[in-house]
Design a protein around this ligand. Structure first.
Ligand code: ACM
Length: 520
C-alpha cells in the first residue's frame, strides 16, 4: 500500500500519476446539501492561497473541486467518504455531509502544509497529488475530554480545540464543565452557580501532597460560558462533525456548587470554591430537593446540547459524609438501601431514569458500576480497562478512556525535569499509539459494545491554552489513528514518518505541540 501523508491514515489510498493544481480559476461545485462543507473548504484554502474558489453550477471548463452527496456510497457508513484527485478535477463524495467534511480534511492534508497558514503564501505551487481514497472510521466514538473546571479555557480556544479535533477526524468533544474548583456553565434558574461557583480565591501551588503546609498563589481564578456561548460552541462543533457531550459532575466533585448553594451539601458548612486538588469529601446530599435541583440543571443542559449522551460524572465519591450524616442515613432507611455504595447507585439510577425518559443516555465514569449499574447507563472506563471489560461483558456500551494509555495530563517523557509540571504518570506518544480499545478479554459477540476511545486532558496542572496544546499534540494524532484506522494497518514507524509532515501543518496552524523526541 502506498502511504499518503494523512493522519489518521485512511483505510484505502492509492496514489496515481501527476497532480491537480489549485489556481485562481479553480471553482467549487456543490449540491445544495454539500454547500456548507464547500464553504468550509473555501474558508480553509482562501487565506494562504488568496484564491476566490468561486461557486459554480457545474464543472464546465474550469478546474473544479466537486462535492457530491452520493447515497450509493451508503456502504461506507455514516462518516465514510471517497476522494478522487485527477489532474482535471477533485471529487469528494459521501453518503452524508459529515463524510464530505472528512473528505475535505483529507484533501487539506494532501495539499502543501503551507495551505494551513492564516496569511497569504506567495511562493508555493498548490499541487495536490492524484489519488483515490476510500475511507471510513473503525469506531463511532473518537473523543477528547477537556477539563475547564480546574482551569477555565476561553471560548475562542475551545473553538480552536474543536477545529483541531475535526482536522484529525475526532468526533466527540467531552466538555467537563463542573468540578470542585469551578462551575463553568450558566444555569438561568440558579445564577449563583456562576456568580459564586465560577470563581475561586486562589490556587494551590505545585503538588499539594508535596507540601505539609500548602502554598497558595493569591491569585483569583475563574470564568464561565454563557448559554449563548454554549450554543455557539455546539453549533460550531456540529458544522464540523463534532458532538459536544457535556459533563455535569454528581454526586462528587461538587464543592463549587455547594459553595453557591450550601443546602446542597451534607454538613451545612459554608464552603469556598475549592482551591486545591484531589478527591474531595464535600459531595451532594441525597435529599429529594437536591435531586430535583440537579434535574432542573439537566433540563437547561438538555436544551443546549443535542447530544444523545449526557455525562454525569459519578467518579471519586467519598462516602464519609453520607456515612456520618443523620439525614443521609435516614434516606437510606426509607429507601431500604444497605450502605452508601447502594445510595450512590440509587442516585445514578434516578438520573439514568430521568435522562432516559427524555430520550437521552446517561454516561458516567466507571465508578457507576459500583453498587450495580443503572439499566440504560454507558460506562467510560478510566481506571484502566477493567471497568470497560466488565460493562461490555454485561451488555452495556462503553467508551474506553483508560488513564494508563489515554490520560494526556500525564508526562510524555521519562525525563520529568525537562517537562512542565504534570500530575504524574508516563504516557508517551508510542504508548497512546499502541492502545487497542477492544480488549481480548471481551467476547467477540460483545465487542460491538465498545463504542470507541477517548483521551483526557485534566487541567489541574495545565493553566493555559498553550499548555493544553503541548499536552494534547501530537498525542491526539495517535489517538485519532487508534480510533479511526483499522488495527491491522497500524504501524508506529509509518505514523511517525507521516507526523513529520503533519507537524508542519500544526506549526502553520499555530499549535504549540510537543516536538518529537529525536529517536522518533
Ligand atoms: C477521573 O479521572 N477521576 C475520571
Amino acid at each position: 500500500m502506498t502511504h499518503v501523508m494523512i493522519v489518521p491514515e485512511p483505510v484505502h489510498a492509492s496514489l496515481g500519476e501527476g497532480s491537480f493544481t489549485l489556481t485562481p480559476d479553480t471553482v467549487l461545485v456543490a449540491d445544495a446539501a454539500a454547500r456548507e462543507v464547500a464553504a468550509l473548504c473555501r474558508a480553509a484554502f482562501a487565506p494562504a492561497t488568496g484564491f476566490p474558489l468561486a461557486a459554480a453550477e457545474a464543472a464546465a471548463n474550469a478546474p473544479a473541486l466537486v462535492f457530491r452527496l452520493d447515497p450509493a456510497l451508503a456502504d461506507l457508513g455514516a462518516e465514510g467518504y471517497r476522494l478522487t484527485v485527477t489532474p482535471r478535477e477533485v471529487t469528494l463524495r459521501a453518503p452524508q455531509p459529515v463524510g464530505l467534511f472528512y473528505a475535505l480534511q483529507s484533501l487539506r492534508q494532501l495539499a502543501p502544509p503551507e495551505s494551513f497558514r492564516a496569511a497569504l503564501v506567495s511562493d508555493v505551487a498548490w499541487d495536490i497529488p492524484c489519488v483515490e481514497i476510500e475511507d471510513t472510521p473503525r469506531f463511532g466514538w473518537r473523543g477528547a475530554m477537556l477539563d475547564v473546571g480546574r482551569h477555565f479555557m476561553p471560548k475562542d480556544f475551545v473553538l480552536k480545540f474543536i477545529d483541531l479535533l475535526a482536522l484529525h477526524k475526532l468526533n466527540v468533544f467531552h466538555w467537563h464543565l463542573t468540578d470542585d474548583q469551578g462551575w463553568r456553565i450558566e444555569i438561568k434558574r440558579y445564577p449563583r452557580l456562576t456568580e459564586v461557583g465560577a470563581w475561586r480565591k486562589e490556587t494551590v501551588v505545585g503538588h499539594p501532597r508535596h507540601h505539609l503546609k500548602p502554598e497558595f498563589d493569591g491569585t483569583p481564578h475563574g470564568g464561565f460560558y454563557t448559554q449563548d456561548e454554549v450554543r455557539e460552541v455546539v453549533a460550531y462543533a456540529q458544522a464540523r462533525g463534532v458532538t459536544v457531550v457535556p459533563e455535569i459532575e454528581m454526586p462528587g466533585h461538587a464543592q463549587a456548587a455547594i459553595a453557591a448553594y450550601p443546602e446542597l451539601g451534607n454538613t451545612g458548612e459554608l464552603l469556598p470554591v475549592y482551591t486545591t486538588w484531589g478527591v474531595n469529601e464535600n459531595v451532594y446530599n441525597v435529599e429529594e430537593s437536591t435531586l430535583q435541583f440537579l434535574q432542573n440543571v439537566l433540563d437547561e443542559v438538555l436544551t443546549l446540547f443535542p447530544s444523545e449522551f449526557i455525562h454525569i460524572g459519578g467518579d471519586e465519591v467519598p462516602k464519609v459524609q453520607w456515612e456520618s450524616s443523620p439525614a443521609a442515613q435516614a434516606r437510606m432507611q426509607v429507601l431500604g438501601l444497605k450502605d452508601a455504595e447502594a445510595l450512590q447507585s440509587y442516585f445514578i439510577r434516578r438520573m439514568d431514569a430521568y435522562l432516559t425518559e427524555r430520550g437521552r443516555r446517561l454516561l458516567g465514569w466507571d465508578e457507576i458500576l459500583e453498587g450495580g449499574l443503572a439499566a440504560n447507563a454507558t460506562v467510560m472506563s478510566w481506571r484502566g480497562v477493567q471497568g470497560g471489560i466488565d460493562a461490555a461483558s454485561a451488555g452495556h456500551d462503553v467508551v474506553m478512556a483508560p488513564n494508563s494509555y489515554l490520560y494526556l495530563d500525564y508526562y510524555q517523557s521519562e525525563n520529568r525535569d525537562a517537562e512542565p509540571l504534570a500530575i504524574g504518570g508516563f504516557v508517551p506518544l508510542e504508548k497512546v499509539y499502541s492502545y487497542e480499545p477492544v480488549s481480548a478479554e471481551i467476547d467477540a459477540e460483545k465487542a460491538h459494545h465498545v463504542l470507541g476511545a477517548q483521551a483526557q486532558l485534566w487541567t489541574e496542572y495545565i493553566k493555559t491554552p498553550a499548555h493544553v496544546e503541548y499536552m494534547a499534540y501530537p498525542r491526539l494524532c495517535a489517538l485519532a489513528e487508534v480510533a479511526w484506522t483499522p488495527a491491522e494497518h497500524k504501524d508506529y514507524a509509518g505514523f511517525v514518518a507521516r507526523l513529520q509532515t503533519h507537524l508542519r501543518r500544526l506549526t502553520e496552524l499555530g499549535v504549540n505541540y510537543r516536538p518529537l523526541d529525536s529517536m522518533e
